[in-house]
Design a protein around this ligand. Structure first.
Ligand code: SF4
Length: 340
């Protein structure tokens, strides 16, 4: 879908997906239905959402009716009872206070928030909301203080979120932009916050995409622009640097899905000593599989957190490495490249 959908939403030519989902209605009492039936209904409505190129067939919700958005919320609540939002598959009951690898129970915390102008040109000025908790443990994590400890900053509540969105919108924000950590591990709080909002700004999801197929299905019809990291192109590097298994197949599957259902930008932060093993195959794969997607080559790696103890990660890129990275990206035939 390239950036077409996202740009149309910014220009007010289309409603954001998360608002379209509120207009697709169903009459059922969702809580009484078995989960399997909810998924069937969900998938049918998402298909309908994508075939409705305009919002013409959607009708305002009547009193007592549920929507696709409500259905997603109900499914997420059920998943939180035995969490499988990401491939860690912790199966903990987050609504009873149990925490999995991401360190989160039911509530979300904002460790940073503001209007930023230092991101990709088409997303700025952007209202970024950094939520704590992450399912990956990248040794170079630049947000580790808000990621490793989860109850930092202020608690994310529906009313606080609505106030902040209003303030940043008045200041010129063109979107609402969730960052982590990993926003997907906070999906329930985010959906609860969005449910009460009536604005028509696009939703940007700044994500590691290390999430399950079910989570991707729930994000389909909610997210208007994925800004997705593709960090490693082999599972050994992913395990060694970020502590996760089966990384490559999971992220490649989710990148393809994201490109089919929403707008997408792929980011790759070039790490020292990971140019041949990671950058080159990542860039080649994106060129071959996602030819219309914008690829953001990030040459601004700074060692943080545990990277200081790793011989290969404890320094910035050299000028030679940066030149090599640019050459690789040009050579593999990527059509749309941003560099920072
Ligand atoms: S989102 Fe958190 S609790 Fe759920 S499976 Fe992933 S790491 Fe575990």
């Amino acid at each position: 879908m390239s950036l077409t959908h996202y740009i149309a939403v910014v220009r007010k030519k289309r409603l954001p997906f998360w608002q379209q989902s509120k207009l697709l209605t169903i009459g059922n009492d969702l809580q009484s239905l078995p989960t399997e039936q909810l998924w069937q209904l969900h998938d049918e409505l998402v298909r309908l959402l994508h075939t409705n190129k305009s919002e013409e067939k959607q009708t305002p919700r009547q009193e007592g009716q549920s929507s696709l958005f409500d259905l997603k919320l109900e499914l997420v609540r059920r998943i939180y009872r035995a969490c499988t939002l990401c491939p860690c598959l912790c199966q903990v009951d987050r609504l009873s206070g149990e925490v999995g690898r991401c360190g989160l129970a039911g509530n979300a915390w904002m460790f940073r928030e503001g209007l930023l102008v230092s991101e990709e040109p088409f997303v700025i000025p952007t209202h970024e909301i950094f939520l704590s908790g992450c399912n990956m443990r990248c040794k170079f994590c630049q947000a580790w203080e808000g990621v490793v400890q989860t109850q930092v900053g202020i608690e994310f509540t529906t009313s606080r979120f609505a106030q902040l969105v209003e303030i940043r919108k008045r200041q010129g924000a063109v979107n609402v932009h969730f960052v982590g950590g990993e926003p997907t591990v906070n999906l329930l709080s985010i959906l609860e916050g969005l449910r009460a909002l009536e604005i028509d700004m696009p939703l940007v999801w700044n994500t590691n995409l290390f999430v399950t197929d079910e989570a991707m299905k729930l994000l389909d019809g909610i997210v208007d622009l994925f800004i997705a990291d593709f960090k490693f192109s082999n599972d050994d590097c992913a395990k060694r640097v970020s502590g996760v298994k089966n990384y490559v197949a999971t992220v490649q599957r989710n990148l393809v899905k994201a490109s089919q259902v929403s707008s997408l930008v792929v980011r790759h932060l070039v790490m020292p000593e990971h140019i041949e093993c990671c950058l080159e195959p990542v860039a080649r794969w994106v060129a071959e599989n996602l030819p219309n997607v914008t690829f953001h080559l990030m040459l601004n790696y700074v060692p943080e957190w545990k990277a200081w103890n790793e011989p290969n990660l404890c320094r910035r890129l050299t000028d030679t490495e940066k030149r090599k990275a640019r050459e690789i990206v040009n050579a593999v035939g990527l059509k749309k490249v941003l560099t920072s």
